[in-house]
Ligand binder design. Sequence first.
Ligand SMILES: [Zn+2]
Length: 372
Amino acid sequence: MAAFVVYSLAFTVLPSLYPTAPLIDRLMAASACAFLFLLSILGHELGHAFLAKRHDIHVDGISLWILGGVAKLSRQAQTPKAEFEIALAGPLASLIIGLTFSGAALVARSQDIVGPGPAVVAWLGIVNVLIAASNLLPASPLDGGRILTAAIWMRNGDAEAARLHSARSGLVAGLALIVAGVSATIVFKQPLRPWISALVMGMFLLGAARTEVIGAAIRRRFNHTDIESITSFHPTAVPGSTPVDRFATWAGIDHQHIAHPVVHWGHEPVGYLTPALGATLSPAERSWTSVAQLAVPSDVVPRAWNTESVDVVLQRMETSYPLAVIHRVQDNQILGTVSQAQIHQLMTSPDWWGRLPDIEPTSKPDFHPVGS
Ligand SMILES: [Zn+2]
């Protein structure tokens, strides 16, 4: 980006504004301008970061790249107000920077100071105002899209539904920019050059909005699905001495991801495991390892209530636990189990518009106990 700015300034913008300046002056002014341009982008991102901090969101860092910058926030905003303020802070910072440069350019003009320096300052003034304006386009992941998210969120109270809507507006805006660029140059035979930025911006928006659509659709499903709808109810208890390979064969290919309690002589479960857990062992190890040796000990397995949403349970399963045990809220009875793989089934990619396939009803295992 910086090299592009130097090139376009030194050979296009500055010669037209200040034709008599020697090349070395133009190159120096252009380099200074590229540096100030990067600082301007940094200022925009610092605007986001400053407001994020005020809303207790940690900023992991700021990266600058070819199409602008990104302030990496540790988590999403928790309220529509925070979403709105963090989003608006960036364009607001760009606007202030732009107006400052424009003011400086006007002062230089009134003092009759001419040359590449004032031209650079004027260019930075215009570009920063343009950055503020283009970022306010109501299309995620642009700042305007985040503002749209905050508005929808405020109305319907559903953060992820709001994020899905503004990600869709990002898809539409990206597609519109590409269609405009292609039809202008191919159908209406306009020169390509002024449309290149529309095409690049359109493709960037389309790709980034697609990522946002997937994220919002899946997070929304996690928020709206209670864990009971993917629970395997009352899976058969397996005697602790059963060899892992026998357990896997017994479960069959289709039920490799259902977590079973492991018991010794009908007592309380000593642990839980899925047949798939044994897949990392060699065939020989599978024949001499017992399910009790491989099982996740009962006291460290995460527990969840059947009415909890999947995202809440997932936060507890973040550690490498392959499964959770589900209790019924009313009487604290063990209702069944859920494995990581069963949760991963919810993460099937949505279609382009963010619609997800229906969840398949949970299969209730009807295996016969080992040895019977
Ligand atoms: Zn921004």
